[in-house]
Design a protein around this ligand. Structure first.
Ligand SMILES: Cc1cc2nc3c(=O)[nH]c(=O)nc-3n(C[C@H](O)[C@H](O)[C@H](O)COP(=O)(O)OP(=O)(O)OC[C@H]3O[C@@H](n4cnc5c(N)ncnc54)[C@H](O)[C@@H]3O)c2cc1C
Length: 476
């Protein structure tokens, strides 16, 4: 019987456990234990119910373009619980000089594909619009160095597009800073498009044309979630796992292979050591680096070099009549140049109407990110005061909410900086040389929920299939 320790009970570790459980059901001779230092499973995936409203503390949805979350929901038998975003209401605003300006039609991520709509939009200055028109003439060009997103976008569309679109979009997705994130790691499609077409606008138009020609059905909704929130996925996995195999409030201090056998030792805080045949680490990479420091210094150093940002989500519930002045749409993003602490605000009841009863509305605000770690030092009251003040300025919303919730996510978002892809290759090379070890999580091949699920599944499959081999002395 192969015994596998899974360290970390976020969606990456839980997916690994689910796929190990599945292998077991199919006859694999294995058992697993999930060690989670927190009091509950799910990591940053957590949904709550307040005053009849569904509050997402962490992720609120996932993209189906990457298939692993959808596939997992199907395997869990909760596909009938999937809901789509209300795309008919989809409109996003950018705060420009204190006013909300709607993102023009045809802007795909940050690339304009409808020149007339872009030309008429007050979102950009005339010089940026001219630059966007000239961008259509950019010749193909291979990327020489691992540029940042800001460098790539600025080369194509200018600094204003970095400030008003690239940066706010990336702080929304990564809690990141466009001037620090690697284009190759974060926007690989843009890099490929530039190599093939030169102009990103022309490349997007070509991709759009191709998609329209082959598409048979109306497009799927942009964002997918679950009726009872993302937590439903966590709960559906948890009920399928052997309850004996889950150890909450159990903090792992380090892991190391035994000298004389093929086993691993897992050191549990205040509880001695336990023996396993394999270890799957699904914690943030910096924790993995600390756990593995005594096993392989080079591996640990590369893991510790992956940086993380922190964020705060603040959810405010209102009576709908209090929100009568809200513009239609999914919410707004705030460029750094506006000088607010708020990075973005989602009008949740518009994005997913099922999230609030008919007479209520929900606003969800994001703060923190790579440039404002200091906000985590504020008290909840100070954070709420900041959010109320900024919402009053931006939305003219004076009303006090009927409830508020503040969630802090310290070091939750891996930052894919230039050199990330090469670093992950080095990490994987080290891991390959250490039998019985696998890594999963948002630090390696994608930060979104579908990528985390994939990472857990692949790590689980690798350990389930590998024979339990002994560690060679060189690999330690
Ligand atoms: C605010 C926010 C909003 C997001 N929104 C979206 C979204 O809308 N869509 C999307 O696709 N993605 C979103 N993401 C990203 C996505 O949610 C995360 O990347 C993903 O949930 C990470 O899962 P994970 O299991 O890899 O890590 P985590 O959720 O961080 O789980 C790691 C677990 O390891 C445990 N742990 C750590 N150290 C130890 C130890 N020594 N011993 C035992 N246990 C340990 C932790 O307690 C934690 O539970 C968002 C993230 C955040 C923070």
């Amino acid at each position: 019987m192969k015994r596998i320790a899974i360290i970390g009970g976020g969606i990456s570790g839980l997916s690994a456990a689910f796929y190990l459980q599945k292998a077991r059901a199919a006859g694999a001779d294995l058992e697993y234990t999930v060690f989670e230092s927190g009091q509950r499973l799910g990591g940053s995936m957590y949904s709550d119910r307040v005053e009849g409203c569904l509050v997402e503390a962490g992720p609120d949805s996932f993209l189906t373009e990457k298939p692993w979350a959808l596939a997992l929901c199907k395997e869990l038998g909760i596909a009938d619980q999937l809901i789509g975003s209300n795309d008919a209401e989809r409109k996003t605003y950018i705060l420009v000089n204190g006013r909300l300006v709607v993102v023009p039609d045809g802007l795909m991520f940050m690339v304009p594909t409808q020149l007339v709509a872009t030309a008429l939009s007050p979102l950009f200055s005339w010089s940026t619009k001219l630059r966007m028109a000239r961008e259509l003439l950019h010749p193909p060009r291979p990327m020489q160095t691992d540029e940042t997103v800001a460098q790539l976008v600025e080369r194509h569309f200018g600094a204003e597009v970095v400030d008003r679109l690239a940066d706010p979009l990336l702080s929304g997705v990564y809690g990141g800073d466009a001037a620090k994130l690697s284009a190759r790691a974060v926007l690989p499609r843009f890099v490929e498009m530039e190599e093939k077409y030169g102009s990103l606008s022309r490349a997007m138009l070509a991709a759009h044309k191709k998609m329209m020609a082959t598409r048979k059905h109306p497009p799927p909704p942009l964002f997918t979630s679950l009726q009872d929130g993302m937590q439903q996925m966590v709960d559906a996995i948890a009920v399928r796992l052997d309850p004996e195999s889950i150890r909450l409030r159990t903090h792992i201090l380090r892991v190391y292979p035994e000298e004389s056998s093929s086993s691993w030792r897992v050191a549990v805080e205040m509880n001695g050591e336990e023996r396993f045949d394999a270890v799957l680490i699904a914690t943030p990479a910096n924790v993995a680096g600390t756990l593995l420091d005594g096993v392989d210094r080079g591996l640990a150093r590369n893991l510790l070099d992956i940086t993380y940002s922190s964020s705060i989500t603040v959810t405010l519930g209102y009576y709908l009549q209090q929100l009568a002045g809200l513009p239609p749409g999914f919410g707004f993003l705030v460029p750094r140049s506006e000088g607010t602490r708020m990075l973005a605000c989602t009008f949740v009841h518009n994005k997913f109407p099922h999230r609030a009863p008919q007479d209520k509305g929900i606003l969800r605000c994001f703060l923190g990110g790579a440039r404002d770690e200091a906000v985590l030092g504020l008290s909840d009251d100070e954070i709420l005061e900041t959010v109320h003040r900024e919402l009053r300025d931006i939305l003219k919303l004076d009303a006090r909410p009927i409830f508020s919730r503040v969630y802090r996510w310290r070091g939750a978002m891996a930052q894919y900086e230039p050199g990330h892809i090469a670093r992950v290759q080095r990490i994987e090379k080290h891991v390959e040389e250490i039998p019985g070890l696998a890594l999963a999580g948002n630090a390696y091949h994608g930060i979104g929920v579908p990528d985390c699920i994939r990472s857990g599944m692949e790590a689980a499959n690798a350990l389930a299939q590998a024979p339990v081999a002994s560690l060679s002395p060189q690999s330690r």
